[in-house]
Ligand binder design. Structure first.
Ligand code: UDP
Length: 140
């Protein structure tokens, strides 16, 4: 199957604890190639737009506040079955339910401060990549 792409965020709880390298190493060891990466501070508008699908959920306001509480690293990852490969290495949303050997099992602090984001479909991956990156910023 042809290589494809997904979108990842290393969240503020992880950048705060200097885990950018450790998490990126786990992504690479899982067979994903980092073809774009930048450290940014999300604006409130950017975070609200990114998580708009959750805007009516009780955790939305806290989630937005968390995502703008410190720097994040946004990345485009490339590899065979990139979306599923990344979801597998991330682990379950709630670290209490995450499998051994996953990023969230190893590093997440809570269901909210769970260290990483990863797209959940090819369609969302394309939209999320376009939300943060210009095509020329992605070097495959
Ligand atoms: N989240 C939260 N409380 C919840 C569920 C989710 O704070 O009860 C946060 C958490 O940071 C999660 C993000 O909202 O990663 C998006 O939730 P989603 O269900 O899409 O989980 P994911 O795809 O990130 O595993």
């Amino acid at each position: 199957m042809a290589a494809n792409r997904t979108f990842s965020i290393i969240k503020p709880d992880a950048t705060r604890r200097n885990l950018t390298g450790a998490i990126t190493a786990m992504l690479e060891e899982a067979g994903l190639r980092v073809v774009a990466s930048k450290r940014i501070r999300m604006s409130r508008e950017q975070a609200e737009g990114f998580y708009a699908v959750h805007k009516d959920r009780p955790f939305f306001a806290d989630l937005v506040a968390f995502m703008i509480s410190g720097p994040v690293v946004v990345q485009v990852l490339e590899g065979e079955n990139a979306v599923k490969r990344n979801r597998d290495i991330m682990g379950a949303t709630n670290p209490e339910n995450a499998d051994e050997g996953t990023i969230r099992k190893r590093f997440a602090e809570s269901i909210e401060a769970n260290s990483v984001h990863g797209s959940d479909s090819d369609e969302n991956a394309a939209a999320e990549i376009a939300y943060f990156f210009k095509p020329e910023e992605i070097v495959g």
